[in-house]
Design a binder for this molecule. Structure first.
Ligand code: FMN
Length: 456
């Protein structure tokens, strides 16, 4: 069968053995490296003056379980304690809103001066447990904790109701979400300028809370991510054809923040970058500048690579790479076996989805300086074989750290299993059933409905 047609066919995960899995990768002519030398995942990674203890991390996963004022709730603690006991060297905390009206859910975390002390308590607790676990597993370096800060942009809610704060009339996304031109607002340049300073203030709170770093979120179609593709935002210093305008808001935040924290070399400024969303030009990012393309548009990483280089020049030494828009192209962000209710199965093999983001991540990594550490995403679809693929990727220097999302909901002990037994236990893996995303869509607290008694 010709590979281009077979990658366009959805197939669920049915592999009974690693050889069946490898055969499928070969048949589809995909580049998904496999190595049984999982010991490599125990090696530390140098990040400026410190070492991240190992090559496995938790990627940000919103739980929607904070108190109404954004304070981490009981279930938030529960989730992070489970991660901290698993053995990862890096925990990338979920999207935390910078303001009330940029929350996507009334139980999304939000950091404020009033609740700062609660974030401090959370950091102390998680750091203590994570370090104890790392010591027990034989790692000599201490954990790294990053918090992601976000403005939900067109996915914001106000008073519990949808209030899309849009950057421009993105016809692709507006149509998909039934957004009319009169819904919400198109954010003005003045409001964006004010937001830059609010964002910086909130990032300083993240530092005061005791996190090792802050992620200025630039992926998944939220505010900064939408700015990156704002070519048709006219008469604006934050939009237009040139990349300089479209990255201005994002880079201004980084520059201002860097200025404020310049004396503290131990606080990392980082970003989760969406490098390709598949949305045809002119409304997409990381796509070919060619009109009349259909979805998914051809890749062109020129701008994402340029942006990563600019981040490096500003002193950023850690990035986390993602892709897609989970509200529009969920199979690009998180390849799945089953879709959310009323969702659809994509016209592509999920292994192709996994290989797409792996390869794009690797291309970015090859174009940036070696001391810029890259965290990759999207390994949960691989289930019990994910550890072997992670080892293959690290061995090939395609990525520095493998970050797991849904697998951590289902089986927070996956790192311990890889470190101690060489593989993830088959009966405990995430099966990418999309139920965690469905809970999220319903606005409920989320977790694994198959493996975690709290959500079953
Ligand atoms: C329920 C849910 C919540 C998520 N929350 C976030 C988030 O807060 N920030 C973020 O950058 N990505 C978020 N993601 C995306 C994940 O971090 C990850 O990129 C994606 O699930 C693919 O990785 P995986 O295959 O390991 O699950 C979320 C995904 C899911 C399913």
């Amino acid at each position: 069968m010709n590979p281009t047609s077979s990658i366009k066919k959805f197939e669920p995960f049915t592999f009974k053995s690693i050889s069946e899995f490898e055969d499928k990768i070969k048949k589809l002519e995909l580049t998904i490296p496999i190595s049984y030398e999982t010991e490599i995942l125990k090696t530390a990674v140098k990040l400026e003056d410190i070492y991240i203890p190992n090559r496995l991390s938790i990627n940000p996963m919103e739980g929607f379980d904070s108190d109404k004022d954004g304070t981490p709730g009981k279930l938030t603690y529960r989730r992070y304690i489970r991660y901290a006991k698993g053995g990862v060297g890096l925990i990338w905390f979920e999207a935390c809103a910078i303001t009330e009206n940029s929350r996507s859910n009334k139980h999304q975390l939000m950091i404020t001066e009033e609740n700062l002390k609660h974030f401090k308590e959370l950091v102390i607790k998680i750091r203590e447990i994570c370090n104890q676990t790392l010591k027990e597993l034989g790692f000599s370096n201490e954990c790294v904790l990053i918090l992601q800060l976000n403005h939900s942009g067109r996915y914001s809610k106000s008073g519990g109701k949808r209030f899309p704060i849009r950057v421009y009339n993105n016809s692709d996304l507006d149509a998909a979400l039934n957004v009319n031109r009169q819904d919400g607002i198109i954010i003005s340049d003045i409001e964006l300028k004010e937001l830059e300073d609010i964002w910086v203030k909130k990032a300083i709170l993240v530092k005061e809370a005791g996190f090792d770093g802050v992620d200025i979120k630039a992926c998944h179609g939220y505010l900064i991510s939408e700015l990156l593709s704002a070519r048709i935002r006219e008469d604006s210093e934050y939009g237009g054809k040139n990349l300089e305008n479209r990255t201005k808001f994002f880079l201004n935040i980084i520059k201002k923040l860097k200025n404020k924290v310049k004396n503290d070399s131990n606080f990392f400024i980082t970003s989760r970058l969406g490098i390709y969303d598949g949305i045809p030009y002119p409304n997409g990012f990381g796509v070919k500048a060619q009109k009349n393309q259909t979805f998914p548009a051809s890749v062109d990483l020129t701008e994402p690579i340029e942006l990563a280089k600019q981040l490096y020049q500003l002193g950023v030494r850690l990035i986390n790479i993602s892709a897609g828009n989970p509200h529009y192209t969920p199979h690009i962000t998180r390849p799945y076996n089953t879709s959310v209710k009323d969702g659809h199965l994509p016209a592509e093999h999920p292994l192709y989805g996994v290989s797409r983001i792996m390869n794009l991540t690797s291309v970015v990594k090859q174009h940036i300086p070696k001391d810029m550490i890259v965290v990759g995403s999207c390994y949960s679809f691989l289930r019990q074989y994910a550890g072997y693929v992670a080892a293959g990727l690290i061995q090939g220097r395609n990525v520095d750290i493998c970050g797991f999302g849904r697998m951590a909901f289902a089986n927070p002990n996956f790192p311990r299993q890889i470190f101690q037994q060489g593989k993830i236990e088959k009966k405990k893996t995430c099966v990418t059933c999309s139920k965690c995303s469905e809970l999220m869509k319903l606005g409920k607290a989320t977790g694994c409905v198959l493996r975690d008694s709290q959500y079953i």
